[in-house]
Design a protein. Sequence first.
Length: 202
Amino acid sequence: MYCQAIHRITMNITFFTLMLLFGTFAHSATIAEDGLHKQDWFSITFKDVAEDIADAKAADKRLVLIFEQRGCPFCAKLHKSILSDPEVAQYLQENFHIVQFNLFGDEEVTDTDGDILTEKTAASKWDVMFTPTMLFLPEEVVEGVSVAEAAVGKMPGAFGKLTLLHLFQWVREKGYEGDEHFQKYHARKIAARDAAGNSVDE
């Protein structure tokens, strides 16, 4: 009896420790009053995009803008299945500032060209039609250039874990400046993962 009790206590401590370790980078999404799913590691800003780019660069990170909307099933999938994955969450937190926008929201937004917009007029100006849509920004933006013109990558829709993770890695590594198209980069990373026996759904 004594040994069984000790074994149960040890197992509980081990389980609790693992939960803490995974919990450092994996949090279940919550839904806020605006109806959008939230990650507690998303950046809360005044949505002055040029300022947000500068803040991200000062932290040695990159800026990503993500558009979502109330009741979006693909946004729910993104948060619950992908952004809550420990590997994805850790990489994104360590390398990016992510600012959430409401596709039909009225919060003030300052474009990188100086235009004062709302979230919904920014979506229209930047050709964002679907949710979720992610816009990847460069480390610096030329004066007078809008977010739509400055973006180095765009992901419309909810893709699988590795597609999303590899796009973030490709942007972080400035793959857009090289000759390897993202699709070839993605295929190479998948092949390397398969060769190592670490296959997962794309």
